[in-house]
Design a protein around this ligand. Structure first.
Ligand SMILES: N[C@@]1(C(=O)O)CN(C[C@@H]2CCCCN2)C[C@@H]1CCC[B-](O)(O)O
Ligand SMILES: [Mn+2]
Ligand SMILES: [Mn+2]
Ligand SMILES: [Mn+2]
Length: 303
């Protein structure tokens, strides 16, 4: 079994510099030999270069509130092609971000090859703002709305096909959801296990219920999209939009272990590690947690 590392040094979906260094630090931390030690054949053709895309853009003025729209669209389209190609080759794409706008690409890529795939989205945030509801205009808060095809269309994003259905995504870890997003989740009956449910049922039951919702017969491929800000800031401090009251180290790892145990994982994203926001100790911790989550999602067990 081959894992293909899709290193995406990209920060255009949000305003904080440094998140583009995430993949570089995770690879430098040794994720490749770590995965090889788990028995994976690891393919890594170097981090994706997006310079040519940004160089070819003479200008990229906001569209409405949306920031860096053309850059984000072109980068995520390239990522969709890369992920789709790896999936086509029978490899498991492991996309390391970079900000979460990249998931517009990764999940498009997965769905192009596995149309029946379901998505487990682990995050403090729903990332489902539309052109109408976004307040920040930061596209890392919007990828799910594009994947669902909701909200008014933006011609620059016409490559994104509405391949994701509302009943095929489930959230775990939500605790900072905008009013407009809450309304969208309700209107589309999108299943979400917030930190309230994690407290109430425990992570084991939450993961079971989440999978029962999107994968009742455990026969659908799974795309796991993990935003490290789902974890409590004490666990993963160096990230752009930290929110208190998050998942513990073990809860985050349990999700990854349980998803791997299904044997259905076909694609994995590890997003929003920004190694420039904190002191070296906190950065090191965040990078190490990112590597650890990746290992757990790819078969590392405690016994
Ligand atoms: N919904 C958001 C958006 O900008 O759209 C607003 N939020 C920050 C905001 C700060 C003030 C209190 C309410 N929250 C970040 C989120 C996007 C996170 C993207 B992710 O990829 O990090 O999950
Ligand atoms: Mn590649
Ligand atoms: Mn996110
Ligand atoms: Mn988030």
């Amino acid at each position: 079994k081959t894992a293909a590392i899709v290193g995406c040094p990209f920060s255009g979906g949000q305003p904080k510099a440094g998140v583009d260094e995430g993949p570089i630090r995770i690879v430098e931390a040794g994720i490749i030999p770590q995965l090889e030690d788990l028995g994976w054949k690891v393919k890594f053709d170097g981090h994706h270069e997006f310079e040519n895309i940004s160089a070819s853009l003479t200008s990229d003025p906001p569209i409405g509130k949306l920031k860096n729209p053309r850059l984000v669209s072109q980068v995520t389209e390239a990522v969709a092609k890369a992920v789709g190609a790896h999936a086509q080759n029978g490899e498991l794409p492991v996309t390391i971000g970079g900000d979460h706008s990249l998931a517009m690409g990764t999940i498009s890529g997965t769905l192009s090859h596995y149309p029946n795939a379901c998505v487990v989205w682990v995050d403090a945030h729903a990332d489902i703002n539309t052109v109408e509801t976004t307040d920040s205009g930061n596209i890392h808060g919007m990828p799910v709305s594009f994947l669902l095809g909701i909200g008014s269309k933006v011609p620059e994003f016409s490559w994104v096909k509405p391949l994701l259905k509302p009943d095929s995504i489930v959230y775990i870890g939500l605790r900072d959801v905008d009013a407009g997003e809450k309304q969208i989740l309700r209107e589309h009956n999108i299943k979400a296990f917030s930190m309230h449910e994690v407290d109430r049922y425990g992570i084991g039951k939450v993961v079971e219920m989440a999978l029962d919702h999107v994968n009742p017969k455990r026969d659908r491929p799974i795309h796991l999209s993990f935003d490290v800000d789902a974890l409590d800031p004490s666990v993963a401090p160096s990230t752009g939009t930290p929110v208190r009251g998050g998942l513990t180290f073990r809860e985050g790892h349990y999700i990854c272990e349980a998803v791997y145990e299904t044997g259905l994982l076909v694609a994995l994203d590890l997003m929003e590690v920004n190694p420039s926001l904190k002191d070296p100790v906190d950065v090191e911790q965040t990078v190490a947690v990112g590597c650890s989550l990746l290992r757990s999602a790819l078969g590392e067990t405690l016994l």
